[in-house]
Design a protein around this ligand. Structure first.
Ligand SMILES: Cc1cc2nc3c(=O)[nH]c(=O)nc-3n(C[C@H](O)[C@H](O)[C@H](O)COP(=O)(O)O)c2cc1C
Length: 334
């Protein structure tokens, strides 16, 4: 088994959200948190525009590439390409419930086919260097599966095939009748089931995901024996929670990332992106929630949203949005 780093916190893979600009921004909030790409299908990696789909900056590391697929040979080829691009981990999606994904026979419906998933993992494991972990992100089960047996069956199969870590979204997926969005909220969360999996597999990295909104909850789950916590929507909508992650979850000395310095540190990559013909909003759309709950947060969000769509929008929009954050100029209480 490839040793898996002690990733106590990860930002979840999220399609349309965790692109390279989002990851660069999140990295400036936390040096340690593991960041995931959006899911990329194996055929897209093999046949698509690799620079666009897989390109990333070394500054984003540690960053894991998530693949979708169920053809072992395709996944092996895609995993090798990902490792060659420099990704620090290759992850297989066994959790996405969308129709598009089900028709391609991958994502969450693979919970019903542990032997096939194991073949995929074995092929991926054999295709990438031993230093690059191959991991699986899965659900507790799907539809009428019993999570007690379904999760164990999937976990045992992929571990026997060489998986180096498991990340478990702690709810079932219902493949019929629920949209992907509903499938992130409606099937009930069951953290205890993931804690039991970890207790049964003391030597395996088991991370938990689903509905975790803050670092207090993350710490409480780690205290229950889980190895890592993966946060999706909460980290995206309120990225400032990442600012305390290095100190609170990794024991780094601090101080926590200063949100204004994080914005300053985004100027250079934004300028480079604009110079290369990119649009301001590609980057700033991920930063809208940064000052959530602070004075001026609404103006920050509005100015960035409206300003970024103007033709030729540049860094002056960021300056205007910053100026609207009244907290910066308010005297602090003695
Ligand atoms: C917009 C969006 C896109 C997502 N895309 C993916 C994906 O590409 N791969 C994946 O495994 N999960 C995906 N998910 C699910 C998340 O990774 C995560 O499992 C889920 O949101 C539950 O975690 P949370 O409650 O912390 O958000 C997505 C979630 C959202 C909100």
């Amino acid at each position: 088994m490839t040793p898996y780093p002690a990733h106590r916190l990860a930002v979840a893979p999220m399609m349309d959200w965790t692109d390279r600009w989002c990851r660069l921004f999140h990295r400036r909030l936390s040096a340690r948190t593991l960041l995931y790409t959006e899911m990329v299908t194996a055929p897209a990696v093999i046949h698509g525009d690799r620079a666009r789909l897989l390109g990333f900056s070394p500054e984003e590391q540690p960053v894991a590439l998530q693949l979708g697929g169920s053809d072992p040979a395709e996944l092996a080829a895609a995993a090798r390409i990902g490792a060659d691009f420099g990704y620090g981990e290759i992850n297989l999606n066994v959790g996405c419930p969308s129709d598009r994904v089900q028709s391609g026979r991958f994502g969450a419906c693979l919970m019903q086919e542990p032997a096939l998933v194991a073949d995929c993992v074995a092929a991926m494991r054999a295709a990438v260097p031993a230093t690059v972990p191959v991991t699986v992100k899965c659900r507790l089960g799907v539809d009428d599966q019993d999570p007690e047996t379904a999760l164990d069956a999937l976990a045992d199969a992929v571990l026997a095939a060489g998986a180096d870590a498991l990340w478990v979204h702690a709810r079932k997926a219902w493949l019929k009748g629920l949209s992907p969005k509903e499938n992130r909220d409606i099937p009930p969360l069951d953290y205890d089931r993931v804690v039991r999996l970890k207790a049964r597999l003391p030597h395996v990295f088991v991370g938990i995901n689903g509905g975790i909104a803050d670092l207090d909850t993350a710490e409480a789950l780690l205290a229950r024996g889980l190895d890592g916590v993966m946060i999706g929507r909460a980290a995206y909508h309120d990225p400032s929670i990442l600012a305390a992650a290095d100190r609170r979850l990794y024991g780094a000395p601090g101080p926590d990332a200063d949100l204004f310095q994080v914005v300053e540190a985004m100027r250079a990559p934004i300028a480079a992106h604009l110079a290369a013909g990119g649009r301001l909003g590609h980057v700033t759309r991920h930063m809208l929630g940064l000052f959530q709950g602070r004075p001026g947060a609404r103006a920050w969000r509005r100015i960035l949203t409206e300003g970024a769509v103007r033709p030729g929008a540049g860094l002056e929009v960021l300056d205007q949005a910053l100026a609207a954050l009244t907290s910066r100029t308010q005297p602090t209480a003695a």
